[in-house]
Design a protein around this ligand. Structure first.
Ligand SMILES: [Ca+2]
Length: 317
């Protein structure tokens, strides 16, 4: 706990030290790529649980093809060291990231701090209400994309609170394992474990557009610390924030790679799939056997090398 508090305070200091120091070049880079038909997007992230959420959010914030309607915070609780206020930690990091990138004007409501207790009971939160509000604002025939980079608590709650948003939503979920050869699913996966009821709402809602970036597919995207240092280290602002996050995160889950030379960027793969759909292959599959039987989409393959190259170049470094 002391170590965690120390890390938190260190990152807070880093944020304020870096804030505003690298906003100009990002703005210039963004302005070059204005998109006439951007994807209306809400990102919902358990940002503080791991490193890759922050990399993914930073990438999304420089994507000219996105019209970001909100950045929501999500809970997680299944890690041994998960704090009691996990959604508050995610919220704080979301605010830090937005401030560092000059994007604090993007709405950033807090999500639920607890998962759903059943598939029939929503956990109301400002995040769930933003999803409802923005879905209703979408013009006729257009959908709001909601990308969950953590458990789907807020999205599923929005659907339960106001089922009339269903035709206005395209839900993109990061999680689950899927064996393409055997056509079998496994729900023993971090985001799913943190709210299995919420995922079941998405799977069981008839006619809900649902795309899943599985852990099986996204695990192929692995960043190298040498590349991170080459492109970001010493550049200030968001760049050194992400470097520091990588270097200071306590990777309790594995003994291999103790020097943290590599990092699996699951969440970045999910963002890149929306930003650069030509770098992915999709496939129609049937939902898990214990869910309502219907067709959904999975990302079956990604071009991880091209995704990584695009990641670095999107920042103009
Ligand atoms: Ca995440």
């Amino acid at each position: 706990m002391i170590k965690d508090l120390y890390r938190r305070k260190f990152l807070e200091k880093l944020t304020w030290a870096c804030a505003g120091s690298f906003l100009g070049p990002l703005t210039l880079h963004e302005a070059k790529g204005k998109n006439k038909n951007p994807t209306s997007l809400i990102i919902d992230a358990d940002t503080a649980n791991e490193v890759d959420d922050a990399f993914a959010i930073a990438r999304a914030l420089v994507e000219p093809g996105f019209d970001i309607k909100g950045l929501c915070s999500a809970q997680w609780h299944t890690q041994a060291n998960a704090p009691n206020d996990s959604v508050g930690r995610s919220q704080q990091m979301n605010e830090d990231l937005l401030a560092l990138m000059g994007k604090s004007a993007i709405t950033h409501p807090m999500g639920s701090n607890i998962p759903m207790v059943s598939q029939f009971h929503a956990q109301p939160s400002p995040a769930a209400h933003l999803i409802i509000e923005e879905a209703h604002k979408m013009p006729k025939g257009e959908k709001l994309t909601v990308l969950t980079l953590g458990p789907a608590t807020n999205t599923a709650s929005a659907l339960l609170l106001d089922p009339s948003i269903r035709p206005k939503l395209r839900c993109c979920y990061l999680g689950l394992w899927y064996n393409i050869e055997d056509q079998t699913w496994s729900k023993r996966e971090f985001n799913t474990d943190n709210d299995p009821n919420a995922l079941n709402v998405l799977l069981n809602t008839q006619n809900l557009e649902l795309e899943i970036m599985t852990a099986t597919t996204s695990k192929a995207l692995v960043f190298d610390k040498k590349q991170l240092d080459r492109y970001f280290k010493g550049k200030g602002g968001i760049f050194d924030y992400l470097v520091t996050l990588w270097e200071n995160y306590d990777r309790f889950w594995q003994e291999t790679d103790p020097e943290k030379k590599h990092w699996t960027m699951w969440d970045v793969a999910a963002i890149q799939a929306l930003a650069k759909p030509h770098l992915c292959q999709k496939k129609k599959v049937i939902t898990p056997h214990d869910n309502f039987k219907r067709e959904i989409i999975i990302y079956s393959q990604i071009n991880e090398k091209a995704m990584e190259a695009d990641f670095w170049s999107s920042f103009g470094v």
